[in-house]
Design a protein around this ligand. Sequence first.
Ligand code: PBG
Length: 324
Amino acid sequence: MSFPTVRMRRLRRREPLRRLARETRLSRDDLVLPLFVVEGSGVRQPVASMPGVERLSVDLVGEECKRVADLGIPAVILFGIPAAKDARGSGADDPNGVVQRAVAAVRRAAPELCVITDVCLCEYTDHGHCGLLEGEDVANDPSLERLAAAALSHARAGADVVAPSDMMDGRVAAIRRALDDAGFAHVPILAYAAKYASAFYGPFREAAESAPAFGDRRGYQMDPPNRREALREMELDLAEGADVLMVKPALPYLDVLAEARRRFDVPLAAYHVSGEYAMLMAAAANGWLDGPRAMMETLVAIKRAGADFILTYAAREIAARLAP
Ligand code: PBG
């Protein structure tokens, strides 16, 4: 059957009908808010390239997370920015480090919230790379022990989930082993499995002070033109014990997400990254598009492509709009 018997517009006439026919729904349950935590007290520093995003000191992050939980957001992911950095990223696994204290503060203030931690060395190394250096090379195998130690320190501080974002080979297995050996077999690993060497991380590096001092991350993060390789990365992380797989960035890689959805039966996360957020906010600030509508459409598209949940800097505003 076809036109004029079939008329696709019939179900689009009014909002209640559209609601019934809607295939994908964004809910507050889908949102994870990234937070940047710094040393000091009473610190609230806006990030210039990310309107609405602030870096908070450890003493403020608890009460902020209470508000986040009250908005119905189930989880936050914490990034620590230490006061001092060195070659081996000592702050990354310091039991008294910025992110470890932040985890404890959030657990106390908002026990209903799921606390995820980003596991990487780039915020903690003076050279800004995600692993240890040998000359100008980021050395894979020696970095694994540092990453596993960081993840373990997060679990000890009370993290619910650890999320390695470094892209070293074998890090998921190394972290799984370290957690299991220390009595944290119950802590899941959310692997940044298909993480691309993307221009869209620019604003994040301002927020986290983690821009590499030389070179770039193309020697360990994925080459943007590759899709099959992303599926191999995801298969390997699953085999090493990952519980959830992530695709990052989100919007430029929806094809990868959709293919991963077809291929894998584990939960999938997508990271709507700093540059994706910044460009929407910038266009909205110029009056060039309707910011909240564009943000909502973007996040729904990421879900439609196959994400179970989305890491987004807009989580608070979106949760407020989605309130029941
Ligand atoms: C750390 C890390 C980065 C992001 C998340 N974890 C930066 C990078 O790899 O350079 C980017 C997140 C964003 O842009 O919002 N390795």
